[in-house]
Design a protein around this ligand. Structure first.
Ligand SMILES: *Cc1c(COP(=O)(O)O)cnc(C)c1O
Length: 354
């Protein structure tokens, strides 16, 4: 039994599109891809006349190193959103298969599943906001191909312990792929689940440069999984997913100097998270601040709708998460700069007095 036995048979049998850039490497006169031989006359235009490398070696190597994995276990994607979509497409047959999610959690798992025509089975988080592994496993049906676990979880900020992930990987072996979304892992300081892949070929880990690496606009994410899963997804990913300016931006962020700056920003955000947690917890009108291992805080208010409107009137946009189960009184507030956070606190204080 291999994890590929869980994948769609038609995708396993598909012969992928073979792009010009894949077929021939090397050479200096490139007349095989119908590109323009002339760069565009715009700033930074050099090289933009050429299709980009489908999976640039330098970026694959840098990300594999960053995530404690190996290059043949990593696929670079347009944000982790694309990796979620690829997984659902490769593993779920329309109108037959299903995914399991634990709400309240990131909405894209269910959206991608529905676009593909797969069913969405819900195993809600427990009352304390912790993942309920028993409930999750009980929700898995023979049709279930993917089980999504987000840690730290968006929008609650809580972690799933490693022994729980390991148990899920073990018990899902041969039944479903455990997809661990680590979009916020850098803010938690917890070791990545990528090391579980050594023993469990059914574990896939989502990472991104969008949050802790300040590159949401460049759309660079990664999937770390068994080499067979990566090879399968390479067959269905569009031929040129990564625009070359985005690849350059990612390589810059991952350079020695880029990493130094990133560590500094990360420390700032963690200090601000601690400060905001304390200040918000003491604020009149705040019922509870959920402990967070990410770069945001889910905050329960006596009047969430009114608080949202007051912040918005002052030009501050936070996320209304009252539609999520169990969070009917909550807003999600991203940890900003010290200045931005001060403005949030000032508005809330003014509202508490009024
Ligand atoms: C932001 C976010 C993502 C999407 O990240 P991109 O790499 O920008 O697509 C994935 N998962 C979770 C839980 C997120 O909050």
């Amino acid at each position: 039994m291999s994890v590929l036995d869980l994948a769609r048979p038609d995708i396993r049998a598909l012969s992928p599109y073979s792009s010009a850039r894949m077929e021939a490497q090397g050479g200096t006169v490139l007349l095989n891809a119908n590109e323009s031989s002339r760069p565009p006359n715009i700033p930074g235009g050099d090289g933009l006349n050429r299709y980009p490398d489908p999976q640039p070696r330098a970026l694959v190597d840098a990300l594999a190193d960053l995530y404690g994995s190996q290059p043949d276990r990593l696929l670079v994607t347009r944000g982790s959103d694309e990796a979620i979509d690829l997984l659902v497409r490769a593993f779920c047959r329309a109108r037959e298969d299903a995914v399991v999610v634990s709400p309240p959690t990131f909405g894209m798992y269910a959206v991608c599943a529905r676009i593909q025509g797969a069913a969405v089975i819900e195993a809600p988080l427990g009352p304390s906001g912790d993942l309920d592994a028993d409930k999750l496993l009980a929700a898995v049906t023979p049709a279930t191909k993917l089980v999504f676990v987000c840690t730290p979880n968006n929008p609650t900020g809580n972690l799933v312990q490693r022994d729980v992930l390991e148990r899920l990987a073990r018990e899902l072996d041969g039944r479903a792929v455990l997809v661990v979304d680590e979009a916020y892992a850098e803010f938690s300081g917890v070791a990545s689940a990528t090391s579980l892949i050594d023993d469990h070929d059914n574990v896939a880990v989502l990472r991104t440069l969008s949050k802790a690496w300040s590159l949401a606009g460049a759309r660079v994410g990664a999937l770390v999984a068994h080499a067979d899963v990566i090879a399968l997804l390479r067959r269905i990913i569009p031929p040129y997913p990564l625009p070359s300016p985005c690849v350059d931006a990612a390589l810059g962020a991952l350079s020695y100097e880029g990493r130094r700056v990133q560590r500094h920003h990360l420390q700032e955000i963690l200090a601000e998270r601690t400060r905001m947690f304390a200040a918000l917890s003491a604020m009149p009108g705040v019922r509870e601040v959920l402990p967070s291992h990410a770069n945001f805080l889910a905050v329960r208010f006596d009047d969430a709708a009114g608080t949202y409107r007051r912040l918005l009137a002052a030009g501050i946009v936070v996320r209304d998460i009252t539609r999520y189960p169990g969070l009917g009184d909550a807003l999600r507030i991203t940890v900003g700069t010290g200045n931005e956070n001060d403005r949030v606190l000032a508005i809330l204080r003014a509202g508490a007095v009024a």
